[in-house]
Structure formats: C-alpha cells, structure tokens
Design a protein around this ligand. Sequence first.
Ligand code: AMP
Ligand code: FE
Ligand code: FE
Ligand code: ZN
Length: 273
Amino acid sequence: MYADLHLHTYFSDGTYSPEELVSHARASDLGTISLTDHDTVEGCERAHAACREAGIEFITGCEFTVEHGHRELHLLGYYLDTQNAPLQAALSRHQAARRERVRQMIERLNALGIPICEETVDGLAACRAPGRPHLARALVQQGYCESMDAAFQTYLKRGRSAWVAKEKMTCAEAITIIHGAGGVAVMAHPGITHMDDAIPELARSGLDGLECFYTRHSTAMTERYLALAARLGLLVTGGSDCHGMNKGRPLMGGIRVPIEYVGRLKAAARVAA
Ligand code: AMP
Ligand code: FE
Ligand code: FE
Ligand code: ZN
C-alpha cells in the first residue's frame, strides 16, 4: 500500500472536489492520502468522509506559505486538529489576506487595460483561499492569455506587471501553530525551494520532516533528501502536489510513498498532540 500526502482540491487552487480527489486516489490504488490545500482545511471533512467510504486512510493537512529570513518556503502540516482555535484564527487571517491580494491584482490588471472583474474571479474561486491560479484561469477563459502558464509568465509571476506580494507568516509562527493543533510540520518540495542551507537550523527549531518524494524531484534529489532527513533525524513524507487539471494533467499516482513512512509520521503526531 502506498500514500500520496500532498494534494489540492477546489477549496484552494486545485480543480477537483474532495469526492473527485478521493475517487482518483482509489483509481490510483492509494491506501492513504492527505489533503493539503493552501491556507485552508475546509475540504478535509468531505475528503475524510469520502475516504471512509472508499476504505482509504485520511490524514488532515494544510500547506502554509511562510517566510524564513526573507525567503519563501511551503510548510505542510499533518494530523492537524482542524477545529483548533489558534489554527482557525491564523487560517482566517491568511484567507482574508489572499482575498485582498487578489483584489489588488485585479486592480493592476484593470489598470493594464484588462477588464477582469472580481465577480468573474470569485466565480472561479468558490473558496476562501483564492490565489493566482484563479486569476490565471480567468485570464485564459476571457481570452487574454493562451494558457495558465502564459498568464503567470506575462502578468502573475513575482515581479511581473500584475504581481502583488503575499503576506506570510514566519516559519517559526507556522510551526508553533501546527504543533499547537497537534500536528507535525514538514518542509514541502525542498528540491524546488532551494533552501537546503536553512534545513539544519529549521530542524533545530521544530521542523519535523522533509518531503523527500515529490513529482519534480529527480531520483538523485530524493536520495539526497532521504540521507539529509536521516542525518538530521527528520521524518520522511512525499506527495504528488496534484492540482487536478490546473497543472496541465493530474499528477496523482506519480508519487507512491511507502506506507512505513506514514506510520512514523502518525507516531510523531501522537507524541506532539
Ligand atoms: P498563490 O498562492 O496565489 O501565490 O499562487 C501560487 C500557486 O500558483 C502555486 O501553488 C501553484 O499551484 C500555482 N502556479 C505557480 N506557477 C504556475 C504556473 N506557471 N502555471 C500554473 N500554476 C502555477
Ligand atoms: Fe498550489
Ligand atoms: Fe507548494
Ligand atoms: Zn501544494
């Protein structure tokens, strides 16, 4: 049995409903999954219910965008108590910041002569954690860009004409919140984050694990992170980062994490809780 511990639904920037996600997990023969939407745990309850019916083990999760020394990284929280008040407060705050950022990016697009309106984007982002992928989809649907990637390249990437900086928690704050909600904190996709130099220090300040298995990690990278995790005493996780059709094709099934790693993650969460 295998796991995929990094998945998104339409509650953030994926295209699947929680039920569709679980039916793809079943088709991919996964025994355990975690839903890790950006800045929200709203989809977890439905995903959990669908997993129960499908006989799949479900782990609550969330992907936090954080900063550490002016650099950005993504932290995955697993085994979170989704009702935990400080967690909910932090998520609400960041969801509000996301909505405000989208509003500001729409203003920039309007100033560039692109009459995209908030209602259009809201219609595509029927969730509390909207982001640039929703804007990109609006730009494609309205014929202003040929593809999501073109929308990012032309307008939405850091430094491009409609880009607005994102408000972030510090890594230390996010780790505290994750631990406070009974969860474990894992650095997402280290191979594309390029912050290897900071990993030992983060491990000393509470980071629990490393996402060693990841769609865009080469075999050599995966081996390097497995060795680093072993050396620093960090847990090992992995996932596809499937966003449904938002990354061109569904990535689920491409990463198959051996179940023994999930057992260790679960044991660590119990200790943290
Ligand atoms: P945001 O959270 O609003 O800053 O948006 C970041 C999200 O945009 C990431 O999680 C990716 O899923 C997505 N993304 C980044 N670059 C691209 C791209 N070139 N094409 C499609 N999606 C992208
Ligand atoms: Fe995303
Ligand atoms: Fe990420
Ligand atoms: Zn992700």
